[in-house]
Design a binder for this molecule. Structure first.
Ligand code: GLV
Ligand code: MN
Ligand code: MN
Length: 423
């Protein structure tokens, strides 16, 4: 594929400025996995578009002389500055992910990876010689869009999820994770290699903001204070298939009604509690217009300020579903598929990174979105997140956006942060 090698690369080799590297990389990635119909992205892990992005990343690292290491899962790190590091055992990692949700935006994930490479270019331009090796990471299946477990790559790397559990995961087509890895042609497909994180003592993730806080504050860049706890819960609602015309209404056991009542309860309960509840995925069996369904499977995404609040919200919705099932003659089973606890990022690190910039300290704000940064932080690695303004706040949608000047401000912010941390 085209790589964005060109003027900027030639100028880098000549020791010149590389300010347009971000744009060159961004335009190279723009068509990969984009739907002509919606303009959104389908970059599901271990499928062709995401594989193309990972190949691009390996090549982009090679162009910069970064030493790339990967594991059997597809997690990747490109290391810079190992040879001159005076603190080789205090590795500094920055990066994000290249996969997307179904029909997602261009920025969620790739912005952090492209900005990390561009930030290293900036540091080189500045003549920085890092005292700590600096790595650019790509974690696979951050969105959990294929196997349902959010941040699968970083969870397996850190041991937050075991390979024994992960190898049993299946995608929507029934493909098991080991078979997906094999089909993706990964060299030595298999478990994550925890050595990828060996010696990492700080992680920095830059991410497009997925809300409107920075717009409202009139700032291009912010720092995360923490991540709301959240989880995904599979509601299995079972009834009886029957004829849509000949079955009297009072004779039905229709799980669609149980689902509909539960979805309305989710909206009501989340509003009452100041939480978030979403049913964004539903499967209906047999999914025929003229048949009462036999089964509805619906996935609840629940988020709240505290872990207890998430637990209480899910319990309330299970109760609402069960109550309604009593009326409908259906049954309910709820299975937790992916649970992420409260994350509070290292407050001293956040303060240090946010402080003393021209234009004032960067604002520090919480987020309701999940990130690999949360997984690394939970494992004890001091972690900081930078957010780049999103003019509408829309995310997980083709309409997700960030203006180029803000993206470049993000690259500078990341370069400044890495420079503070690596020298
Ligand atoms: C990922 O972006 C999530 O918040 O689910
Ligand atoms: Mn996302
Ligand atoms: Mn993301």
């Amino acid at each position: 594929m085209a790589t964005g090698r060109g003027t900027s690369s030639a100028r880098r080799e000549a020791g010149g400025p590389v300010a347009d590297d971000f744009e060159a990389m961004w335009s190279t990635l723009a068509p990969v996995g984009r739907s002509a119909a919606s303009g959104g992205y389908f970059r599901q892990p271990w499928a062709s578009a995401e594989g193309e992005l990972r190949s691009w990343f390996v090549e982009a690292c090679a162009q910069r002389g970064l030493r790339v290491v990967g594991d059997g899962l597809g997690n990747l790190v490109g290391w810079w500055g190992e040879e001159h590091a005076t603190r080789p055992d205090e590795r500094l990692l920055t990066g994000s992910h290249l996969d997307s949700v179904l029909d997602g935006g261009a920025y969620d994930g790739p912005l952090g990876v492209v900005s990390a490479l561009a930030a290293i270019d900036r540091l080189r331009e500045r003549g920085v010689v890092p005292a700590r090796p600096v790595g650019v990471s790509v974690f696979v299946e951050e969105e959990g869009s294929r196997f349902g477990l959010a941040c699968l790559g970083s969870r397996l790397l850190t041991g937050a999820t075991s390979w024994e559990r992960a190898r049993e995961l299946r995608d929507r087509d029934g493909v098991a994770l080991p078979d997906a890895l094999e089909a993706a042609g990964l060299p030595g497909p298999g478990p994550a290699d925890p050595d990828l994180l060996a010696g990492v003592t700080t992680f920095v993730e830059l991410h497009v903001e997925q809300g409107r806080a920075l717009v409202d504050l009139g700032r291009a860049v912010g720092v995360a204070s923490g991540i709301w706890p959240h989880g995904r819960y599979r509601f299995e609602l079972t009834g009886t298939a029957d004829h849509a015309g000949t079955t009297r209404m009072q004779d039905r056991a229709d799980p669609m009604l149980t689902y509909a009542a539960t979805a309305l309860a989710a909206d009501e309960q989340a509003r009452l509690r100041g939480s978030r509840a979403t049913f964004g995925r539903v499967e209906v069996v047999p999914n025929g217009t003229n048949a009462v369904p036999s089964r509805v499977t619906a996935w609840l995404d629940a988020r709240a300020e505290s872990e207890d609040a998430v637990t209480d919200l899910v319990a309330a919705l299970e109760q609402a579903a069960t109550r309604r099932a009593g009326t409908d003659g259906t049954t309910v089973r709820v299975v937790a598929e992916s649970v992420s606890g409260l994350v509070l990022f290292d407050p001293d690190l956040a303060r240090r990174v946010a402080a003393d910039h021209s234009g004032g300290d960067w604002p520090v704000l919480p987020t309701q979105a999940g990130h690999d940064a949360g997984v690394l932080s939970a494992t004890g690695i001091p972690t900081v997140m930078l957010f780049v303004r999103n003019p509408t706040g829309v995310s997980h949608s083709p309409a997700e956006h960030a203006e180029l000047p803000d993206c470049l401000a993000g690259v500078d912010a990341l370069a400044d942060t890495l420079e503070r941390l690596c020298t």
